[in-house]
Design a protein around this ligand. Structure first.
Ligand SMILES: Nc1ncnc2c1ncn2[C@@H]1O[C@H](COP(=O)(O)OP(=O)(O)O)[C@@H](O)[C@H]1O
Ligand SMILES: [Mg+2]
Length: 261
């Protein structure tokens, strides 16, 4: 059966667990997350520090694979893709704003923003000109030739946002994108993201504690202890999950499972 694109949910997590090892102990940072973000949504992922927001965005964006469970984005099962397949998918469909910005230190702001466009196969001059336009959109006009160490934390954060938007993604996953901004600059950035959402139908999932971001959300998803807290519900039930000895990707490699991406 052919499913029309409009009916495919862009982001779907089904019973997702993600384990981390600390010393000899393995524990789940995500504890059975079930989540569906509809096309064109402007959703905010809220929750205390340590509740699993960054881990969930990394898993939804294919940066990490879940230890158990499924992640489907625009109908593609990222939990079954190789690392390279996930990176290719991200390159063409997802703009990711990292909590720690992850700018390339030896490149200028303009080159950082142009990089994804160049990796998509467009010419350097076209990408640099597009990058300068996006830097102006986030309030950094004229700063394109500075390297990250010549920019403030808030300016670096806006370069990271411009980089995510410059690839024309269908989905933007942004990890606390206003955390280093003052309230005026933060409000301007939220206004820009909402404008892009409303103009182009781009789907946004943004992790944040910021009231301005939460206030702009069409939907707020609350995380607690690695689980989605349903509206009005008490603390989530204690999960009975035991982290596996080996991570999923290692098992893929060992068993040579077929890969679809
Ligand atoms: N790479 C890692 N190794 C070990 N523990 C991690 C790692 N990343 C996150 N964690 C742990 O997982 C939990 C969730 O972290 P995180 O997703 O960063 O939460 P949040 O973004 O909500 O602050 C925390 O207890 C954190 O210490
Ligand atoms: Mg975080």
């Amino acid at each position: 059966m052919i499913v029309p694109a409009a009916l495919i949910p862009p982001i779907e997590a089904v019973d997702v667990y993600k384990c981390f090892r600390v010393g000899a102990v393995r524990y789940p940072a995500l504890n059975g997350v079930c989540l569906r973000i509809e096309t064109g949504d402007f959703a905010v992922l809220a929750g205390r520090s340590g509740s699993g927001k960054t881990t969930l965005l990394h898993v939804l964006g294919g940066i990490e694979v879940p230890s158990q469970g499924r992640v489907r984005v625009m109908g593609h099962d990222l939990s079954e893709c190789s690392k390279g397949g996930r990176a290719r998918f991200r390159l063409h469909h997802i703009g990711f704003v990292f909590q720690a910005y992850n700018l390339v230190p030896v490149l200028t702001a303009g080159e950082n923003v142009a990089l994804v466009c160049e990796m998509q196969g467009h010419g350097r001059e076209h990408c640099l000109s597009r990058a300068h336009g996006w830097l102006a959109e986030v309030g950094l006009e004229g700063l394109q030739d500075r390297r990250p160490d010549q920019l403030s934390g808030g300016q670096q954060q806006r370069v990271a946002v411009a980089r995510a938007l410059a690839s024309n993604p269908a989905i933007v996953l942004a990890d606390e994108p206003t955390a280093s901004l003052d309230s005026t600059t933060g409000a301007e950035l939220v206004g820009l993201l909402r404008h892009i959402n409303q103009t182009f139908g781009t789907t946004f999932l943004i992790s944040s504690h910021d009231d301005q971001v939460i206030g702009a959300a069409r939907r707020v998803v609350r995380l607690q202890d690695g689980r989605v807290l349903e509206p009005g519900a008490a603390a989530p039930p204690a999960p009975g999950f035991t982290c596996p000895e080996h991570e999923r990707e290692e098992r893929h490699r060992l068993l040579r499972w077929p890969r679809s991406c």
